[in-house]
Design a protein. Structure first.
Length: 328
């Protein structure tokens, strides 16, 4: 069992993965012409303003401890835990998309799948980006730097995220420029005891984040569409609010989110296959076009089925290193 003081991380991952699955299901429905009303696009704007920065911040929070334990060997370990599943699942999901291409919102070819190993497709960009963000951070963390150095790098990364618009044909540099600020913010959270501040002011942070989202709701499609200071501030504020709420969350509510958070990688890898499959079956087999029903069933399938497969794999192979490598 995890130490109690780390349960909030799994709970925050649980919040994040629910938002990821909902966001992908909702966008799939909108692209298929199924719209439950203006609230779907509004909620989409809210979720996409901070849900992936939240994951990068959580990764940054854990990163320095990993660097202390593994040093430069962390690059090889992250290649195995991030790049390997990126390649395997990009090809697996891409192959399924090619086979079912005529039922998809956007047809996919074999060339698209292979090109996706260089220019990541779908949700797999996160694994690709996280590897290069980790590799970029190790030289900074392998020797414990002064707080001034880390703060200077954080400020530079913030400016890069807002002002540096690198071409998409160099994706590693583009991802580092766009998201390194969140990794470094997570490192700062871990190193300087900011969690106690978040725990103490969780109500205020939650109200500020909710109020900011409400006030900017009409402008998010423009103001938050690209990287700007408004986008960066909103992402940091809302991610901190999620962390603060998870720190103070009662165990009864924290427990289910921890279960989802502990399976967040499996859900992340598999949810699109199951959610899209549910949409295709409901539309093409049963002729159901209720956007709300699609949302509920798609989100449930995207969350529950990967957890069941993870449990099944643990029962069959005994968990841990005995599981087949493609699954880990």
């Amino acid at each position: 069992m995890k130490d109690v003081h780390l349960r909030w991380i799994d709970a925050a991952k649980g919040v994040g993965i629910v938002l990821v699955v909902y966001g992908h299901v909702a966008r799939g429905l909108l692209n298929a012409g199924l719209d439950a009303g203006p609230w779907m696009k509004m909620l989409d704007a809210v979720i996409y303003s901070f849900h992936m920065p939240l994951f990068f911040i959580l990764s940054g929070y854990l990163l320095e401890g990993s660097v202390v334990r593994h040093g430069w060997n962390l690059v090889a370990k992250r290649a195995g835990s991030l790049l390997y599943p990126f390649v395997v699942w990009s090809l697996l999901q891409g192959g399924i998309e090619v086979l079912l291409s005529r039922h998809k919102n956007f047809p996919v070819s074999i060339e698209d799948v292979l090109l996706g190993l260089i220019f990541p497709r779908q949700q797999f960009w996160y694994l690709y980006a996280l590897f290069f963000l980790t590799a970029a951070s190790i030289p900074l963390l392998v020797r414990r730097r002064s707080p001034y150095v880390l703060t200077l790098f954080f400020a530079g990364a913030a400016c890069a995220a807002v002002y540096l618009d690198l071409p998409v044909f160099i994706p590693p540099l583009a991802y580092v420029a766009g998201y390194w600020v969140f990794i470094l913010f997570g490192v700062l959270l871990c190193r300087y005891g900011v969690l106690e501040v978040l725990r103490s002011y969780w109500v205020g942070l939650a109200l500020m984040a909710t109020g900011a989202q409400f006030l900017l709701l009409d402008y998010q499609s423009v103001a938050l569409a690209g990287h700007s200071w408004l986008w960066l501030g909103m992402a940091l504020l809302c991610a901190c609010a999620v962390v603060a709420v998870c720190l103070k969350m009662p165990p009864g509510l924290q427990g289910p989110l921890c279960l989802l958070g502990a399976a967040s990688l499996e859900i992340f890898l598999m949810h699109v296959i199951f959610a899209a499959g549910i949409r295709i079956v409901l539309m093409n087999v049963f002729g159901i076009r209720s956007a709300v029903l699609h949302l509920v069933l798609g989100v449930l399938a995207g969350l529950v089925l990967p957890c069941l497969i993870k449990r099944l794999a643990a029962n069959v192979w005994g968990g841990g290193s005995r599981q087949p490598r493609w699954f880990r």
